[in-house]
Design a protein around this ligand. Sequence first.
Ligand SMILES: Nc1nc2c(ncn2[C@@H]2O[C@H](COP(=O)(O)OP(=O)(O)OP(=O)(O)O)[C@@H](O)[C@H]2O)c(=O)[nH]1
Ligand SMILES: [Mg+2]
Length: 308
Amino acid sequence: MFTIRASLPCFSRALRANMVQERAISICLVCGNSHKLASIQAMSKFSEKKQNSIIFPFKDLERYLVKNVNEMNFQMFAPSFEDIGNAEQFFTPSNKHRIDYFTSAVRIDHAPTTAQPEVCFIGRSNVGKSSLIKSLFSLVPGIEVRVSKNPGHTKKMNFFKVGKAFAVVDMPGYGYRAPSDFVEMVESYLQARQNLKRTFLLLDASIGIQEADQIAIEMCEEFGIPYVLILTKIDRPQRGNLLKIILGVQEVIEKQTSGCFPQLFLVSSLNYSGIHLLRCFIAHITGNLQINEHRSNSLRSVGNSAKN
Ligand SMILES: Nc1nc2c(ncn2[C@@H]2O[C@H](COP(=O)(O)OP(=O)(O)OP(=O)(O)O)[C@@H](O)[C@H]2O)c(=O)[nH]1
Ligand SMILES: [Mg+2]
Protein backbone atom coordinates (compact mmCIF):
# COMPACT_ATOMS: atom_id res chain seq x y z
CA MET A 1 0.00 0.00 0.00
CA PHE A 2 1.23 3.45 -0.82
CA THR A 3 2.58 5.48 2.07
CA ILE A 4 3.73 9.05 2.48
CA ARG A 5 5.54 8.15 5.66
CA ALA A 6 8.52 6.71 3.79
CA SER A 7 9.46 10.15 2.56
CA LEU A 8 9.08 11.98 5.83
CA PRO A 9 12.64 12.03 7.25
CA CYS A 10 14.25 13.41 4.12
CA PHE A 11 11.35 15.73 3.45
CA SER A 12 11.50 17.00 6.97
CA ARG A 13 15.22 17.86 6.67
CA ALA A 14 14.72 19.71 3.41
CA LEU A 15 11.81 21.68 4.70
CA ARG A 16 13.50 22.50 7.98
CA ALA A 17 16.43 23.95 6.06
CA ASN A 18 14.07 26.19 4.11
CA MET A 19 11.93 27.21 6.99
CA VAL A 20 12.24 30.59 8.57
CA GLN A 21 12.89 29.83 12.22
CA GLU A 22 9.90 31.29 13.87
CA ARG A 23 8.75 30.93 17.41
CA ALA A 24 5.60 29.03 18.18
CA ILE A 25 2.92 31.62 17.75
CA SER A 26 -0.47 30.24 17.07
CA ILE A 27 -2.83 32.68 15.50
CA CYS A 28 -6.54 32.27 15.61
CA LEU A 29 -8.01 34.31 12.84
CA VAL A 30 -11.68 34.97 13.22
CA CYS A 31 -13.33 36.17 10.07
CA GLY A 32 -15.56 38.91 11.33
CA ASN A 33 -14.69 41.80 9.08
CA SER A 34 -14.94 41.07 5.41
CA HIS A 35 -11.97 41.99 3.25
CA LYS A 36 -12.55 44.58 0.51
CA LEU A 37 -11.97 41.88 -2.14
CA ALA A 38 -13.83 39.07 -0.40
CA SER A 39 -17.09 39.39 -2.33
CA ILE A 40 -17.99 40.13 -5.92
CA GLN A 41 -20.20 42.98 -4.78
CA ALA A 42 -17.41 44.61 -2.77
CA MET A 43 -15.12 44.24 -5.77
CA SER A 44 -17.42 46.18 -8.05
CA LYS A 45 -15.79 49.37 -6.74
CA PHE A 46 -12.63 48.40 -8.54
CA SER A 47 -11.78 48.70 -12.23
CA GLU A 48 -12.71 45.84 -14.53
CA LYS A 49 -9.03 45.15 -15.07
CA LYS A 50 -8.41 44.77 -11.35
CA GLN A 51 -11.48 42.58 -10.92
CA ASN A 52 -10.35 40.39 -13.80
CA SER A 53 -6.87 39.97 -12.45
CA ILE A 54 -8.19 38.99 -9.00
CA ILE A 55 -10.83 36.61 -10.29
CA PHE A 56 -8.74 35.08 -13.09
CA PRO A 57 -5.12 35.32 -11.90
CA PHE A 58 -3.92 33.33 -14.88
CA LYS A 59 -5.19 36.03 -17.28
CA ASP A 60 -2.55 38.38 -15.92
CA LEU A 61 0.15 35.91 -16.79
CA GLU A 62 -0.92 34.47 -20.12
CA ARG A 63 0.58 37.26 -22.22
CA TYR A 64 4.01 36.26 -20.91
CA LEU A 65 3.68 32.68 -22.09
CA VAL A 66 5.60 31.66 -25.18
CA LYS A 67 3.47 30.89 -28.19
CA ASN A 68 3.95 27.10 -28.22
CA VAL A 69 2.39 26.66 -24.79
CA ASN A 70 -1.07 25.14 -24.94
CA GLU A 71 -3.20 27.65 -23.07
CA MET A 72 -6.31 25.53 -23.32
CA ASN A 73 -5.54 23.66 -20.11
CA PHE A 74 -5.20 26.91 -18.19
CA GLN A 75 -8.72 27.95 -19.04
CA MET A 76 -10.85 24.81 -19.05
CA PHE A 77 -12.95 26.10 -16.22
CA ALA A 78 -13.78 29.64 -17.27
CA PRO A 79 -17.15 30.62 -15.83
CA SER A 80 -18.78 33.98 -16.52
CA PHE A 81 -18.96 36.81 -13.97
CA GLU A 82 -22.58 35.84 -13.52
CA ASP A 83 -21.66 32.24 -12.68
CA ILE A 84 -19.12 33.49 -10.17
CA GLY A 85 -21.69 35.81 -8.60
CA ASN A 86 -24.16 32.93 -8.39
CA ALA A 87 -21.56 30.70 -6.73
CA GLU A 88 -21.02 33.28 -4.02
CA GLN A 89 -24.45 32.65 -2.55
CA PHE A 90 -23.27 29.21 -1.44
CA PHE A 91 -20.50 30.84 0.59
CA THR A 92 -22.81 33.45 2.09
CA PRO A 93 -24.64 32.36 5.25
CA SER A 94 -28.32 32.96 6.00
CA ASN A 95 -30.89 31.52 8.39
CA LYS A 96 -31.64 28.80 5.89
CA HIS A 97 -28.06 28.25 4.85
CA ARG A 98 -25.80 27.96 7.88
CA ILE A 99 -22.08 27.72 7.33
CA ASP A 100 -19.98 26.66 10.28
CA TYR A 101 -17.33 24.43 11.74
CA PHE A 102 -19.00 21.13 12.41
CA THR A 103 -16.67 18.60 14.02
CA SER A 104 -13.16 17.15 14.03
CA ALA A 105 -11.94 13.58 13.69
CA VAL A 106 -8.66 11.73 13.90
CA ARG A 107 -9.97 8.51 12.42
CA ILE A 108 -12.17 7.81 9.45
CA ASP A 109 -14.65 5.91 11.61
CA HIS A 110 -15.03 9.05 13.75
CA ALA A 111 -15.80 11.20 10.72
CA PRO A 112 -19.39 12.46 10.59
CA THR A 113 -21.80 10.52 8.44
CA THR A 114 -23.07 13.10 6.01
CA ALA A 115 -24.84 12.66 2.74
CA GLN A 116 -23.67 15.96 1.31
CA PRO A 117 -20.90 16.01 -1.24
CA GLU A 118 -17.56 16.79 0.33
CA VAL A 119 -14.30 18.39 -0.80
CA CYS A 120 -11.03 18.22 1.10
CA PHE A 121 -7.75 20.12 1.11
CA ILE A 122 -4.44 18.30 1.47
CA GLY A 123 -0.82 19.36 1.09
CA ARG A 124 2.45 19.91 2.93
CA SER A 125 2.26 21.42 6.38
CA ASN A 126 2.33 25.21 6.10
CA VAL A 127 1.36 25.28 2.40
CA GLY A 128 -1.76 27.31 3.25
CA LYS A 129 -4.66 24.84 3.48
CA SER A 130 -6.37 26.42 6.48
CA SER A 131 -5.73 29.92 5.14
CA LEU A 132 -7.36 29.02 1.85
CA ILE A 133 -10.44 27.66 3.63
CA LYS A 134 -10.51 30.80 5.76
CA SER A 135 -10.57 32.91 2.57
CA LEU A 136 -13.29 30.77 1.00
CA PHE A 137 -15.37 31.37 4.14
CA SER A 138 -14.47 35.02 4.55
CA LEU A 139 -18.12 36.05 4.07
CA VAL A 140 -19.12 34.07 7.15
CA PRO A 141 -19.00 36.28 10.25
CA GLY A 142 -17.49 34.58 13.27
CA ILE A 143 -16.44 31.34 11.61
CA GLU A 144 -13.22 30.12 13.13
CA VAL A 145 -10.51 28.65 10.93
CA ARG A 146 -7.18 28.36 12.63
CA VAL A 147 -4.03 29.17 10.72
CA SER A 148 -0.48 29.36 11.99
CA LYS A 149 3.02 30.32 10.95
CA ASN A 150 4.12 27.01 12.41
CA PRO A 151 3.96 23.92 10.24
CA GLY A 152 1.97 21.04 11.63
CA HIS A 153 -0.67 23.23 13.21
CA THR A 154 -3.77 21.37 12.02
CA LYS A 155 -3.73 18.01 13.80
CA LYS A 156 -7.18 16.68 12.99
CA MET A 157 -9.54 16.49 10.06
CA ASN A 158 -11.75 19.53 10.58
CA PHE A 159 -15.20 19.40 8.99
CA PHE A 160 -17.11 22.51 7.93
CA LYS A 161 -20.74 22.34 6.89
CA VAL A 162 -21.99 24.57 4.11
CA GLY A 163 -25.73 24.38 4.67
CA LYS A 164 -27.16 21.32 2.97
CA ALA A 165 -25.06 22.02 -0.09
CA PHE A 166 -21.68 20.45 0.72
CA ALA A 167 -18.95 20.04 3.32
CA VAL A 168 -15.33 21.17 3.36
CA VAL A 169 -12.56 19.30 5.17
CA ASP A 170 -9.33 20.90 6.35
CA MET A 171 -6.68 18.19 6.63
CA PRO A 172 -3.47 18.03 8.61
CA GLY A 173 -0.39 18.56 6.42
CA TYR A 174 2.22 16.00 5.45
CA GLY A 175 5.96 16.53 5.94
CA TYR A 176 7.50 18.51 8.74
CA ARG A 177 5.65 18.12 12.06
CA ALA A 178 2.87 16.06 10.54
CA PRO A 179 0.81 14.28 13.21
CA SER A 180 2.10 10.76 13.91
CA ASP A 181 -1.19 9.22 12.80
CA PHE A 182 -1.23 11.25 9.59
CA VAL A 183 -0.92 8.37 7.16
CA GLU A 184 -3.58 6.25 8.78
CA MET A 185 -5.93 9.21 9.15
CA VAL A 186 -5.61 10.81 5.72
CA GLU A 187 -5.07 7.77 3.51
CA SER A 188 -8.05 5.97 5.03
CA TYR A 189 -10.20 9.05 4.58
CA LEU A 190 -9.21 9.49 0.93
CA GLN A 191 -9.81 5.85 0.13
CA ALA A 192 -13.00 5.25 2.09
CA ARG A 193 -14.96 8.49 2.05
CA GLN A 194 -17.91 7.79 -0.20
CA ASN A 195 -19.17 11.36 -0.49
CA LEU A 196 -15.73 12.82 -1.32
CA LYS A 197 -16.25 14.62 -4.62
CA ARG A 198 -12.88 16.25 -5.08
CA THR A 199 -9.53 16.47 -3.35
CA PHE A 200 -7.56 19.69 -3.65
CA LEU A 201 -3.82 19.13 -3.40
CA LEU A 202 -2.02 22.36 -2.56
CA LEU A 203 1.48 23.31 -3.69
CA ASP A 204 3.50 26.36 -2.71
CA ALA A 205 3.86 28.75 -5.67
CA SER A 206 7.41 29.66 -4.64
CA ILE A 207 8.56 26.05 -4.46
CA GLY A 208 6.52 23.96 -6.86
CA ILE A 209 6.39 20.18 -6.61
CA GLN A 210 8.66 18.71 -3.97
CA GLU A 211 9.39 15.04 -3.35
CA ALA A 212 6.62 14.67 -0.80
CA ASP A 213 4.17 16.39 -3.17
CA GLN A 214 5.16 14.00 -5.93
CA ILE A 215 4.37 11.13 -3.58
CA ALA A 216 1.02 12.71 -2.72
CA ILE A 217 0.22 13.00 -6.44
CA GLU A 218 1.11 9.33 -6.92
CA MET A 219 -1.12 8.47 -3.97
CA CYS A 220 -4.12 10.25 -5.55
CA GLU A 221 -3.40 8.45 -8.82
CA GLU A 222 -3.16 5.09 -7.08
CA PHE A 223 -6.38 5.66 -5.15
CA GLY A 224 -8.14 6.68 -8.34
CA ILE A 225 -9.70 9.74 -6.74
CA PRO A 226 -10.44 12.88 -8.76
CA TYR A 227 -8.16 15.68 -7.63
CA VAL A 228 -7.08 19.19 -8.51
CA LEU A 229 -3.73 20.91 -8.01
CA ILE A 230 -3.70 24.41 -6.55
CA LEU A 231 -0.74 26.76 -6.32
CA THR A 232 -0.96 28.76 -3.09
CA LYS A 233 0.66 32.03 -2.01
CA ILE A 234 0.95 33.35 -5.58
CA ASP A 235 1.45 36.82 -4.10
CA ARG A 236 4.97 35.80 -3.08
CA PRO A 237 7.10 34.79 -6.10
CA GLN A 238 8.22 37.15 -8.81
CA ARG A 239 6.25 36.81 -12.03
CA GLY A 240 9.05 35.02 -13.94
CA ASN A 241 9.53 32.46 -11.20
CA LEU A 242 5.79 31.95 -10.86
CA LEU A 243 5.50 31.26 -14.60
CA LYS A 244 8.33 28.76 -14.43
CA ILE A 245 6.66 26.92 -11.54
CA ILE A 246 3.27 26.99 -13.31
CA LEU A 247 4.71 25.47 -16.49
CA GLY A 248 6.58 22.82 -14.50
CA VAL A 249 3.43 21.78 -12.63
CA GLN A 250 1.36 21.85 -15.81
CA GLU A 251 3.86 19.52 -17.45
CA VAL A 252 3.57 17.07 -14.55
CA ILE A 253 -0.23 17.20 -14.85
CA GLU A 254 -0.09 16.49 -18.57
CA LYS A 255 2.55 13.77 -18.52
CA GLN A 256 2.13 11.98 -15.21
CA THR A 257 -1.51 12.12 -14.19
CA SER A 258 -4.85 10.79 -15.27
CA GLY A 259 -7.15 11.62 -12.34
CA CYS A 260 -5.96 15.22 -12.02
CA PHE A 261 -8.07 18.02 -13.44
CA PRO A 262 -6.02 19.49 -16.34
CA GLN A 263 -6.31 23.04 -15.09
CA LEU A 264 -4.03 24.24 -12.33
CA PHE A 265 -5.69 26.73 -9.97
CA LEU A 266 -3.76 29.74 -8.68
CA VAL A 267 -4.66 31.38 -5.36
CA SER A 268 -3.53 33.89 -2.82
CA SER A 269 -5.37 33.84 0.48
CA LEU A 270 -3.74 37.15 1.24
CA ASN A 271 -5.18 39.19 -1.63
CA TYR A 272 -8.07 36.93 -2.72
CA SER A 273 -6.62 36.10 -6.14
CA GLY A 274 -8.36 33.03 -7.48
CA ILE A 275 -10.65 32.64 -4.46
CA HIS A 276 -13.87 33.58 -6.29
CA LEU A 277 -13.05 31.22 -9.15
CA LEU A 278 -12.38 28.39 -6.70
CA ARG A 279 -15.69 29.06 -4.91
CA CYS A 280 -17.41 28.73 -8.28
CA PHE A 281 -15.54 25.51 -9.09
CA ILE A 282 -16.49 23.98 -5.73
CA ALA A 283 -20.15 24.97 -6.11
CA HIS A 284 -20.10 23.42 -9.57
CA ILE A 285 -18.37 20.12 -8.86
CA THR A 286 -20.50 19.48 -5.78
CA GLY A 287 -23.51 19.62 -8.09
CA ASN A 288 -24.93 22.86 -6.71
CA LEU A 289 -24.29 25.20 -9.62
CA GLN A 290 -24.95 24.73 -13.30
CA ILE A 291 -22.68 26.72 -15.52
CA ASN A 292 -22.54 27.53 -19.20
CA GLU A 293 -23.04 24.32 -21.19
CA HIS A 294 -19.95 24.27 -23.40
CA ARG A 295 -17.71 24.88 -20.40
CA SER A 296 -19.27 22.26 -18.23
CA ASN A 297 -18.72 19.77 -21.07
CA SER A 298 -15.01 19.97 -20.58
CA LEU A 299 -15.49 19.45 -16.86
CA ARG A 300 -17.69 16.43 -17.40
CA SER A 301 -15.13 14.77 -19.62
CA VAL A 302 -12.61 15.06 -16.82
CA GLY A 303 -15.07 13.85 -14.23
CA ASN A 304 -15.63 10.74 -16.33
CA SER A 305 -12.02 9.76 -16.22
CA ALA A 306 -11.93 9.44 -12.47
CA LYS A 307 -14.12 8.35 -9.59
CA ASN A 308 -16.78 11.02 -9.21
N1 LIG B 1 1.83 35.48 1.64
C1 LIG B 1 0.94 34.51 1.86
N2 LIG B 1 0.99 33.80 3.01
C2 LIG B 1 0.08 32.81 3.18
C3 LIG B 1 -0.91 32.51 2.22
N3 LIG B 1 -1.63 31.47 2.66
C4 LIG B 1 -1.13 31.14 3.86
N4 LIG B 1 -0.09 31.93 4.18
C5 LIG B 1 0.71 31.85 5.40
O1 LIG B 1 1.29 30.55 5.47
C6 LIG B 1 1.33 30.09 6.83
C7 LIG B 1 0.69 28.73 6.95
O2 LIG B 1 -0.69 28.84 6.70
P1 LIG B 1 -1.75 27.71 7.14
O3 LIG B 1 -2.99 28.05 6.40
O4 LIG B 1 -1.84 27.56 8.58
O5 LIG B 1 -1.06 26.41 6.52
P2 LIG B 1 -1.58 24.90 6.59
O6 LIG B 1 -1.32 24.29 5.26
O7 LIG B 1 -2.98 24.84 7.09
O8 LIG B 1 -0.58 24.28 7.66
P3 LIG B 1 -0.77 23.01 8.63
O9 LIG B 1 -2.07 23.12 9.33
O10 LIG B 1 0.38 23.14 9.55
O11 LIG B 1 -0.66 21.79 7.77
C8 LIG B 1 0.67 31.19 7.66
O12 LIG B 1 1.67 32.02 8.20
C9 LIG B 1 -0.17 31.95 6.65
O13 LIG B 1 -0.39 33.30 6.99
C10 LIG B 1 -0.95 33.31 1.02
O14 LIG B 1 -1.78 33.14 0.12
N5 LIG B 1 -0.01 34.29 0.90
MG1 LIG C 1 -3.84 23.95 8.74
